[in-house]
Design a protein around this ligand. Structure first.
Ligand code: PYC
Length: 309
């Protein structure tokens, strides 16, 4: 299985170029469901230790069903198949450019939640134009075991987010353990208390919004992912959901650009245009770097060939 690893602002992506399971030839949403339900062992084995690393997201390349797209992709982390992944898309763009499969310019990519586009600006810089993102509910209060009441917005950015602004604790790398513990508790409270999307979609990510000491930076975030790891990047889909909340609250005008950084300080440039269905069309610009290329080997005698559970 041929893979290329990159990182986007410190957040790793493993692009799987061949050797994936047969997911059929239906819509990508159906193929993503098949990956989640029928091939859990496969996708976890790509990312779990010892073959993978904490936080890593996989990007399985599939044939696009939409003929206007150059590539189809299904993203997953070590715990769940994702609707979309912003840092993974920046990593994918840089990886495809590194391989010579695409060049500087605009390219359409099909994902399970819809068609997105990327602008490859140079060998390491990609601008993603995401699917329409929206705030679903504002100021939702959940009762969080061990922490008390926490209020946030429920928003969609290609995945489902509960966004707490301002963060109840400093969004600082020295606080990563405490931030992880509290955001896991918030996610559990959302699920237990029925805070979910219009069709019952579970909150899969929790965001705490903080401030930066850098005056040029609008905000700094901590993002909990489904695998209980934090996003080392500012999370492309989380930033999209955040833009939808800022727009709905009248706190950011269309076209106005802000810089948001992650809890470890890696930046994205963010802006939006109004979407056709009342949400926003986000653009996210970030940098990725290719780190490694190789073949994954699943030895028959390897007791940990499926990863450490
Ligand atoms: O960048 O959208 C993102 C993302 C989702 C999960 C990890 N990163």
């Amino acid at each position: 299985m041929h893979v290329i690893d990159s990182h986007t602002g410190g957040m790793p992506t493993r692009v799987i170029l061949d050797g994936g399971p047969d997911l059929g030839s239906g819509p990508l949403a159906d193929q993503a469901r098949a990956l989640a339900t029928d091939h859990e062992g496969f996708y976890k084995s790509i990312l779990l230790e010892p073959r993978g690393q904490p936080g890593m997201v996989g990007a399985l390349l599939v044939a696009p069903q939409d003929p206007t797209c150059e590539v189809g992709v299904i993203y997953f982390d070590a715990d769940a198949v994702l609707g979309m992944c912003g840092h993974g898309t920046i990593g994918l763009g840089v990886t495809l450019a590194h391989m010579g499969r695409i060049g500087v310019g605009t390219h359409r990519i099909e994902t399970p939640v819809g068609v997105i586009s990327i602008d490859v600006l140079d060998a390491n810089t990609v601008r993603v134009t995401n699917v329409e993102s929206r705030r679903i509910r504002a100021d939702v209060t959940v009762d969080v075991a061990g922490y008390g009441s926490v209020t946030g917005d429920l928003a969609y950015g290609g995945n489902w987010f509960f966004i707490v602004d301002p963060s109840p604790m400093a969004v600082d790398s020295t606080n990563i353990r405490a931030l992880t513990d509290m955001t896991i508790a918030v996610r559990e409270a959302c699920v237990a208390q029925g805070v979910c999307g219009e069709n019952g979609e579970l909150v899969d990510h929790v965001v705490f919004q903080g401030t930066s000491s850098n005056a040029d930076v609008h905000s700094r975030n901590f993002v909990l992912c489904p695998d209980d790891e934090y996003d080392r990047s500012p999370c492309g889909t989380g930033s999209s959901a955040r833009l939808a909340c800022l727009a709905a609250a009248g706190r950011l005008a269309p076209g106005e650009e802000i810089i948001q950084e992650s809890v470890i300080g890696s930046p994205y440039r963010l802006s939006y245009q109004p979407g056709p269905s009342g949400g926003v069309i986000p653009t996210i610009t970030g940098q990725a770097f290719v780190m490694a290329e190789g073949q994954l080997i699943f030895g028959a005698e390897d007791p940990f060939k499926l990863g450490i559970y």
